[in-house]
Design a protein around this ligand. Structure first.
Ligand code: HCA
Ligand code: CU
Length: 387
């Protein structure tokens, strides 16, 4: 199935708050909310108002900001929790309850029938409110598929707008997620949301598989922050979708990704990882001579993401033993030095020799280029007597 319409539910202010280093002040939450609104995500998910008095006030304050996106809060599937959620003025409530045997036995202790009854009770209240209603099963991937389908069929029948699949422990594979979502797509009218943890590195691929199978909503957080090592990162999902077709993500303000990643990284006291999608410092650097040559001719040879579309630039690293003479020629051109091929080739050899002994930097290469230029301009100075 081709991906056409999907929405991002940005959960930095809910799942992201569960990241070990996360402590957001009310002002910081508002800043994040506004930035995500400017970026263009369709939904913001906030920590339950039942968590603390401040959480409750922040829900109400963010719901009142008048953002374009829809503000949701996340709660347990109980009447008292959803009442408090609705009273904050949010536009939607995401309820969740565990369906795996782990959670049924070691967390809330309820049977599948009791879970369905609870979903019904909560629904009976929510349907009277002007809010979007989502029902999700925590630890869906380790739940008995029969149980899952029974619960989803029941809540779909009740009239929940959206059902959620949560890979709470990051155990799912893209194929499993695809099959689960595709199966569910046949059974329910409701929209389908996917929430994937990244314990085994599949969060982005799983989210993408969910979309391919017909999911309509995907949860993300900035940098992927969340419980343990987190969930699908916003930038990573965007990169994945962009590589399929830039049109899929043209609705977002892509150059804001760097600012978002930087801001959230600074708040939670981490660096943006070097290998981060789009915003990691190495994301658009090219090194090997063969790569550099081709990228200089046509960047698409080794880039599926155009840095310019994200407000970024590529960098060609030339000061190392893997360099090639095309890259050195490019640098000479950048410096406005008109050196013959022979000189460029000699300098390339010198760079390789030197870098076998110590790490080089761009100044080293520039020094060699300027020296050669100097020598050339003196050596080839025509002598009056030869004229
Ligand atoms: C958690 C809950 C949750 C909920 C996901 C959802 C998960 O364990 O903290 O509401 O769909 O991963 O199951 O984040
Ligand atoms: Cu989660």
């Amino acid at each position: 199935m081709s991906i056409e319409n999907f929405s991002i539910i940005e959960s930095t202010l809910r799942e992201g708050e569960q990241f070990v280093n996360a402590f957001f002040t009310s002002e910081q939450k508002v800043t994040i909310a506004r930035m995500l609104d400017d970026f263009g995500v369709e939904y913001l998910e906030l920590t339950t108002p039942c968590a603390s008095a401040q959480s409750e006030k922040d829900c109400a304050a963010i719901a009142r900001l008048g953002l374009r996106l829809k503000v949701l809060t996340h709660t347990r599937c109980t009447l008292s929790d959803v009442r408090r959620a609705v009273e904050t003025g949010v536009q939607g409530v995401d309820v969740v309850i565990g369906t795996s045997s782990y959670l049924r036995n070691f967390s809330h202790g309820k049977s599948i029938d009791a879970i369905i009854d609870q979903a019904q009770e909560v629904f009976a209240y929510l349907r009277q409110q002007q809010v979007e209603m989502r029902f999700s099963t925590e630890d869906s991937l380790r739940s008995d598929p029969q149980d899952l389908y029974r619960v989803y069929a029941a809540v779909d029948h009740m009239g929940y707008h959206r059902v959620g699949i949560a890979d709470t422990v990051g155990i799912g594979t893209p194929r499993q997620i695809y099959d689960l979502v595709a199966g569910l797509r046949q059974q329910v009218r409701a929209d389908i949301e996917f929430h994937g943890h990244n314990d085994t590195g599949c969060a982005i691929a799983n989210s993408f598989a969910a979309l391919e199978a017909g999911a309509t909503h995907v949860d993300t957080s900035v940098l992927g922050i969340g419980e343990r090592n987190g969930i699908t990162p916003l930038g990573g999902l965007v990169a994945r979708l962009y590589a399929v077709s830039p049109a899929l993500v043209e609705k977002y303000n892509l150059p804001m990704l760097l600012e978002l990643d930087r801001y959230v990284a600074s708040l939670v006291g981490v660096d943006i990882p070097f290998n981060n999608y789009i915003t990691g410092f190495a994301a658009f650097t090219h090194k090997a001579g063969i790569h550099a040559k081709a990228v200089l001719n046509n960047p698409a040879t080794y880039e599926v993401l155009r840095p310019e579309d994200f407000g970024l630039t590529r960098y060609i690293h030339i000061a190392h033993r893997l360099t090639g003479w095309n890259a050195i020629r490019y640098r000479a051109d950048q410096l406005g030095l008109d050196l013959p091929d022979q000189a460029i080739r000699e300098i390339t050899d010198q760079v390789k020799q030197l870098s076998d002994h110590r790490p080089l930097n761009l100044d080293d290469v520039d020094g060699l280029l300027y020296a050669a230029n100097h020598a050339a301009s003196h050596a080839f100075q025509p002598q009056p007597s030869l004229k």
